[in-house]
Design a protein around this ligand. Structure first.
Ligand SMILES: NC(=O)c1ccc[n+]([C@@H]2O[C@H](COP(=O)([O-])OP(=O)(O)OC[C@H]3O[C@@H](n4cnc5c(N)ncnc54)[C@H](O)[C@@H]3O)[C@@H](O)[C@H]2O)c1
Length: 352
């Protein structure tokens, strides 16, 4: 069985879904949906023969088995709920929805309908993240000290979510995948510099078991494009630089051991260890392709997906807690936690 997939939302990211689904042997792209005619014209020019429509109802009809939603975050809940209610398997782009109650409703609906619900946590499928996860799990880094994750650039400014809800789903899902657990607590600070009331720079600290702390920086106001995760352990340190085309992972054999104080400067230096840098070869498969393959596999075989509804919920809970913290002077918020409504999302619709 080849699932017949409709891609709903054919903007920047949806167009990539269209490409990936169109190239797959194990699925069939049956429809591309977008209310904006120009977007559909672009899809038709690139992929001749792909049916397009401005009418979302067509994606809910009997000729479609599964829907990929790559629409603005404010539409995720309403559109996903409609598709699930129509019996479609659904892959929703990140974040799964705009609040944890919305996520829970989608998970419940998918369960009732017996269909797959997946969230587009693309980095959960990134070979470099898988490599990091194995490295951390192997104990090669020693005792884990901290993680620093930075996702910075000039823009791309969005109107329906702030920078935290736009970019941090990537960092949080990476952290959760690498560590195999979700955070115990979060505190965050954000600031608005351009659009009135729109947080365009945010910093968050997430605490994990064993005292591991992760610091996230997300910004739409940085001169340099940075997509970097640094993991520091007692024995070694590793950097995942997603901007690098061929050296995404660099493992540094570096550490510091506090020495008993001696009289000479050389005694102090003896604590530093500078060894080799290893750049391992990685699987070069495109993360988005691996993600959509997981979705199709789950539809065909009934297996679970890695980035499931629960994964989407855990990330949204962290974003909600961080939003609350940002609005309350960086107060530390214990997880799991839900405010029920995202005060930073300018959505017209809230869950009933
Ligand atoms: N996984 C990733 O790495 C990644 C990267 C970028 C964006 N995204 C996610 O993808 C989604 C879309 O982001 P984007 O950058 O492509 O935005 P975009 O603005 O470029 O595209 C959104 C598209 O959705 C269409 N749309 C709006 N309302 C619609 C509706 N009701 N029905 C059908 N189509 C509708 C718009 O016309 C537009 O073409 C967001 O959820 C974003 O967070 C994920």
């Amino acid at each position: 069985m080849k699932p017949r997939i409709a891609v709903v939302g054919c903007g920047y990211w949806g167009a990539k879904h269209v490409r990936v689904v169109n190239e797959m042997q194990s699925a069939r792209l049956t429809l591309a949906v977008d209310p904006v005619a120009d977007r559909l014209a672009h899809i038709q020019a690139e992929y001749r023969g792909v049916p397009v429509t401005r009418d979302i109802e067509a994606a809910l009809g009997p000729d479609v088995d599964a829907v990929v939603l790559a629409t603005p975050v404010s539409t995720h809940y309403t559109l996903a709920a409609r598709a699930l209610a129509a019996g479609k398997h659904v892959l929703v782009e990140k974040p799964l929805a705009a609040s944890s109650p919305e996520c829970r409703k989608l998970i419940e609906l998918a369960g009732t309908q017996g269909v797959v619900l997946m969230v587009g946590h693309t980095f959960e499928y990134h070979p470099a993240v898988e490599y990091l996860r194995n490295l951390v799990g192997s104990g090669e880094l020693g005792k884990l000290y901290y993680i620093d994750s930075a996702r910075l650039n000039l823009g791309l400014f969005r109107r329906d979510v702030n920078v935290l809800w736009d970019l941090a789903p990537h960092d949080v899902s990476i952290l959760y995948r690498i560590l195999g657990e979700s955070a115990l607590a979060v505190s965050a600070r954000g600031s608005s510099h351009t659009l009135p009331g729109e947080v365009d720079v945010a910093f968050a600290d997430l605490t994990f078991s064993g005292g591991v702390v992760a610091h996230l920086r997300v910004s739409w106001l940085d001169p340099c494009k940075v997509r970097r995760v640094t993991v520091v352990g007692s024995s070694a340190m590793v950097v995942f630089n997603d901007v690098s085309p061929s050296e995404k992972i660099r493992i540094y054999d570096k550490h510091y051991t506090a020495e008993p104080e001696g009289d000479h400067y050389s005694d102090h230096l003896a604590g530093y260890h500078h060894g080799n840098v290893v750049i391992p070869p990685l699987n070069t498969a495109e993360p988005l392709r691996l993600e959509v393959e997981d979705f199709v596999r789950a539809i065909v075989t009934g297996s679970g997906v890695q980035a499931d509804g629960a994964s989407g919920l855990r990330v949204v809970e962290a974003l909600e807690a961080a939003s609350y913290s940002m609005a309350n002077d960086g107060v530390t918020v214990a997880l799991p936690w839900a405010c029920g409504e995202n005060p930073f999302l300018h959505a017209d619709e809230h869950v009933a």
